[in-house]
Ligand binder design. Structure first.
Ligand code: PAF
Length: 285
């Protein structure tokens, strides 16, 4: 029976009990407004853990002052129903004052380097907020395993680096992006889009798929692939490119020409109307 708790003590008690019963504890950190992509994270977590915790917390510290923190969708009732179906055991839905009892700016985690480029450059302080809240969730739940979505490609690299550098005892898993039938990556922010913007938003996956096709056909020049991404986005009247990058899949170092065998990822951030969407695709493994 799925329970929803708001206090750190209640989560700790439930997780301690599960561990005492010999269960592995899994965590799926989310900001709620759950969609099929999130539910697949829960299902994947369930395969590895007998006790699955989903955290639902719209984390204020990862939003910039002019971003969508206040209007970020909050849909707890539907989220609970989805988590129940997907096999979660516990939802941890804390308030901001539970997570940050002394305000937002005291202790924090900064994963230097990988946090500063791409999303980090466009959204200063974003990854500091993400790393800090994820480490707090890890220390509260103490999961054996935690599942994240591949759509937030840079986020999972930041979290992996933090876990490695700080010796956090958790296995980090990354689950493939779930896409709508027309290719649009599922995102809680898709619900901001008008029908016309929703149609235009497929430009992100179209650009990524074109880049992948070119690479599969033998192209190995970063600049040419970036050009394919940019030109596809520019053809869509409602889309405004923030960045289009072709990078080493492990370090996010921007690539020029690359040798066969290199793992390469393309990453996009695009505004459609006032909604900022991100997507990525591994082009070569
Ligand atoms: O990916 C998200 O939804 C958030 O960045 C996370 C990992 C839950 C931290 O707030």
């Amino acid at each position: 029976m799925l329970r929803v708790v708001e206090s750190i003590e209640a989560v700790r008690e439930a997780c301690d009990e599960a561990r005492k019963a010999g269960k592995r504890v899994g965590l799926v950190p989310t900001m709620g407004a759950l969609h099929e992509g999130h539910l697949q994270l829960v299902e994947a977590c369930r395969e590895e853990a007998e006790f699955v915790v989903v955290s639902i917390f719209v984390n204020p510290t990862q939003f910039g002052p002019s971003e969508d923190f206040t209007r970020y969708p909050r849909t707890l009732e539907a989220d609970v129903a989805g988590c129940e179906k997907a096999g979660a055991d516990l939802i941890f839905a804390p308030s901001a004052s539970t997570m940050y009892p002394r305000g937002f700016s005291a202790t924090h985690v900064e994963v230097a380097g990988i946090s500063d480029m791409l999303e980090g450059a466009s959204r200063p302080g974003h990854f500091r907020g993400v790393a800090t809240v994820v480490l707090k969730l890890f220390t509260i739940v103490q999961p054996d395993v935690a599942h994240f979505g591949a759509k937030d490609y840079q986020q999972q690299l930041v979290i992996r680096r933090m876990v490695e550098d700080l010796n956090v005892r958790v296995a980090v898993r990354v689950v493939p992006t779930v896409r709508e039938a027309d290719g649009l990556a599922m995102s809680s922010r898709n619900r901001y889009l008008s029908p016309e913007q929703r149609a235009a938003a497929t430009v992100l996956s179209r650009a990524l798929f074109s880049a992948r096709d070119a690479v599969h056909a033998g192209l190995r020049q970063g600049d040419r692939v970036r050009q394919i991404l940019r030109e596809t986005i520019e053809c869509e009247r409602l889309a405004n490119l923030d960045y289009a990058e072709v990078a080493d899949a492990d370090t996010l170092e921007p690539l020029g020409d690359w040798e066969p065998g290199r793992r390469v990822v393309a990453l996009l951030a695009v505004r459609v109307g006032s909604t900022r969407l991100i997507d990525n695709l591994v082009l070569a493994e």
